[in-house]
Write a new protein. Structure first.
Length: 457
């Protein structure tokens, strides 16, 4: 749960603010009777500030006297009827029009009925606007009695009705249906009125009505005990305000949803991110600072690289002046130096050397130049594959084929396998060859060949 939650109880007799948390505290709203909404907002802000309020979202708990309620049927509405159809069904039972109130409904568990609760906009809207203008973030607007009932019913599954004193000489009576309120009545603190409303409550004739009484005086308890089919259950429960604060804390923490929340329609929150304005401002400032720092770092590195490039360009120009003191320095020194290097290789006789990216030509050159000049043989086929070579030919004898293999093995880049030779049929003519041979082996890469030659040298 949230470590703390703030609730404003707009009780006409004893308006106050509460901070629910590990150490619950409360403070009175010092406003004179008949105070304007702005005066109430100022007094509420002062009381909240004394409890350490810092702009968090809070619950505005409205008194029962501000609320109008009625039970409405839902089972005879057309399928997929929207919430507005239910509100118009509620309007039929209210002395005001639906346009003049903000309303919410508590559906029963079976979906056949609902308890509609509303407050006139002219009573609620100016107060909410004044509180928001004063810096008080009203996150939810809920009847205080329904908040208390929602908490108390969490462990009262046997109750068919629940009654407690409202504190202003009246009683709050709820009749229940499947754990949800079916009716809500504010009645005088008199035995006759209580007996009348309890007797009108629907009940199962075989089981009767279980009435849970919280803090009722003895006269009321005796009157209820005298009713037939009524069983009175006295419960020592927490004060309704404490129960309402517990539900409000859960609602603000996102752990529960209030049965009735009048912060909707015209009273809905206009600025949904108002609670995080400060955090968003700090985040935007941090992002701006990060971008400025990143831009500064990139500019500094660009300046550094520019200085390095200029230094290298100066070094190239100095090298060119040393080599060609009588020639003007060209715009592209590196290309000019590369061109001069190629020209020097051509003068030294190395211009015909194959480029370093032609390993096949190098291997072919080495194979041909390594063939022994003192041995008579006929070369029929020479194949070069990636990393392999194959030589097919004819020689006068098996020893000549071995001599060719020995000559090739003298090159460090060649790994030559023993030759495969075959005696040929006698051929006419003095130049006829007597043996055919096939020589295969592997060719090392240019870098490996250079390393091998360096090792042998």
């Amino acid at each position: 749960m949230s470590p703390r939650a703030f609730i404003i109880f707009m009780d006409p007799v004893h308006a106050r603010v509460c901070r629910a948390g590990e150490r619950p505290e409360s403070a009175d709203i010092a406003a004179a009777p008949g105070a304007t909404p702005q005066q109430l907002a100022d007094a509420a802000f002062a009381a909240l500030s004394s409890l350490g309020y810092a702009g968090e979202g809070l619950v505005l708990a409205v008194p029962s006297a501000w609320c109008l309620c009625a039970a409405v049927r839902l089972d005879d509405l057309p399928p997929r009827s929207g919430r507005q159809a239910m509100i118009f069904r509620l309007e039929e039972k209210l002395p005001v029009s639906a346009e003049d109130v903000v309303a919410d409904l508590v559906p029963s568990n079976d979906g056949e009925a609902a308890l509609g609760v509303c407050v006139e906009k002219k009573t609620l809207a100016p107060l909410v606007e004044s509180l928001e203008r004063r810096g008080i973030a009203v996150q939810a607007i809920c009847p205080a009695s329904l908040l208390a009932l929602q908490h108390l019913l969490s462990d009262m599954h046997e109750a068919d009705a629940l009654v407690w004193p409202a504190g202003d000489g009246s009683l709050e009576l709820f009749t229940l249906r499947g754990g949800t309120p079916r009716s809500w009545t504010l009645l005088p603190d008199e035995p006759g009125d209580l007996l009348l409303h309890v007797g009108l409550a629907p009940r199962d004739r075989s089981k009767g009505v279980n009435v849970v009484a919280l803090g009722l005086r003895k006269a009321l308890l005796d009157a209820l005990a005298g009713l037939q089919h009524v069983r009175v259950i006295e419960r020592e429960a927490e004060h309704p305000d404490e129960a309402a604060a517990a539900t409000a804390r859960a609602v603000l923490a996102g752990e529960a949803e209030a049965w009735v929340n009048l912060r909707r329609d015209e009273l809905a929150v206009r600025d949904r991110v108002r609670l995080v304005h400060t955090s968003l401002a700090f985040a935007a400032a941090a992002m701006t600072l990060c971008l400025v720092s990143l831009s500064g770092t990139m500019l500094w590195r660009a300046h550094r690289y520019g200085r390095l490039a200029a230094a290298y360009a100066d070094q190239q120009q100095a090298a060119f002046r040393r080599v060609f003191p009588e020639q003007p320095v060209p715009m592209d020194v590196s290309s000019r130096l590369a061109s001069e290097a190629r020209a020097l290789r051509g003068v030294s006789g190395d211009a015909s050397a194959p480029p370093p990216d032609a390993p096949g030509l190098l291997a072919l050159r080495d194979l041909i130049t390594r063939l022994p000049p003192g041995v008579r043989f006929r070369l029929l086929d020479l194949r070069l594959d990636p990393g392999r070579f194959t030589i097919e030919g004819q020689a006068l004898s098996h020893g000549d084929a071995d001599a060719i293999v020995g000559a090739l093995r003298n090159h460090p880049a060649f790994d030559v396998e023993p030759p495969r030779t075959e005696q040929m049929a006698d051929a006419p003519g003095e130049n006829a060859m007597a043996v055919s041979f096939t020589i295969t082996g592997s060719v090392a890469t240019q870098r490996e060949g250079k390393a091998a030659r360096g090792a042998t040298e």
